[in-house]
Design a protein around this ligand. Structure first.
Ligand SMILES: [Ca+2]
Length: 298
């Protein structure tokens, strides 16, 4: 799907929000996210910024949505179909392969939620202000050490600020976005290589850097998403199941064990593959786990 030529979900959003939102948008070309610049000043609920983002590898344009002036920049993920899981995986939890249809485009945070982005929610009184950064610093590093409920509160705040329905991504939505149209273990191939991500064996040599890296330290995937592989695990909205082919029968509002995706700086690259999955008690925070926000598009 070429989202440059299709009638985009952002066009529908602007129609819904009216002329004020349409007038508040802007178009610019960029090659990477810049975290040194403060958010552009703007006012009003429903602020929408439309950006045509051009990426060098591969050549492709994607739409970017900034749902509110202090909300995380998001990429528009197109509707489509993909094969979830890996029949050749060592871990049984990644089997079997199943074909999943994503019926509608959605917006997904271009990065893991950073401490700076989290702070905006704290300043609005909607998020915990005492997340431990483990001594690594805050700023553009991914926010860590939050429970699943804390993570869900951040997504609800983005929803309140933007007027959209925002939440944690479902496991299938997360894997679809991480694959970005590719079928290999990582979007760049089946080998982790070096310099592509932050994980235990992704850096080359024996001096593995301890801890997280600032968001967007590595190349984005073809859909403009950074650090889907590695850096910190990301909470999903799904309850844990032994494999992804069977839906959980637990209450999705209260289940204890949640699926986390993407691996982290601490784990070997096999856990950073798109199909890899693990569980974490929703009440337990970790310096290995952060989040990424999804917003549904009208
Ligand atoms: Ca990650």
């Amino acid at each position: 799907m070429n989202i440059r030529t299709a009638r985009s979900p952002l066009a529908r959003l602007r129609e819904r929000e009216g002329p004020a939102a349409a007038g508040g948008g802007r178009v610019r070309a960029l090659t990477r996210l810049g975290f040194d610049s403060p958010p552009s000043p703007a006012s009003g609920r429903g602020f929408v910024c439309l950006v045509l983002a051009f990426f060098a590898l591969p050549v492709q344009a994607a739409e970017e949505l900034i749902p509110c002036p202090t909300c995380p920049p998001m990429a528009v993920v197109p509707a489509g179909r993909f094969v979830m899981g890996d029949a050749k995986a060592h871990a049984g939890a990644e089997k079997p392969e199943v074909t999943v249809t994503i019926p509608r485009p959605f917006a997904l945070g271009r990065t893991e939620v950073s401490f700076d982005q989290w702070q905006a929610c704290v300043d609005d009184g909607a998020c915990r202000g005492d997340l431990d950064d483990h001594g690594w610093g805050r700023g553009s590093r991914p926010a860590i050490n939050m429970t699943w409920d804390d993570a869900a509160a951040f997504t609800a705040w983005v929803g309140k600020r933007s007027g959209l329905t925002c939440r944690l991504p479902a496991e299938a939505e997360w894997e679809y976005a991480a694959r970005a149209g590719t079928t290999t273990g990582f979007w760049w191939g089946n080998a982790a290589g070096t310099g592509n991500a932050n994980c235990r064996d992704c850096q080359g040599g024996t001096d593995h850097p301890y801890g997280s890296r600032p968001a967007a330290s590595f190349k984005p995937n073809p859909w403009g998403l950074y650090d889907m592989n590695g850096n910190v695990w990301e909470w999903t909205g799904d309850c844990w199941t032994p494999n992804h082919a069977s839906a959980s029968t637990e209450d999705p509002r209260t289940c204890r064990d949640r699926v986390i995706k993407g691996g982290s700086w601490y784990y070997f690259s096999t856990m950073s593959r798109a199909s890899a999955r693990a569980k974490n008690d929703a009440r337990v925070w970790s310096y290995n786990i952060g989040l990424r926000v999804l917003c549904e598009l009208p």
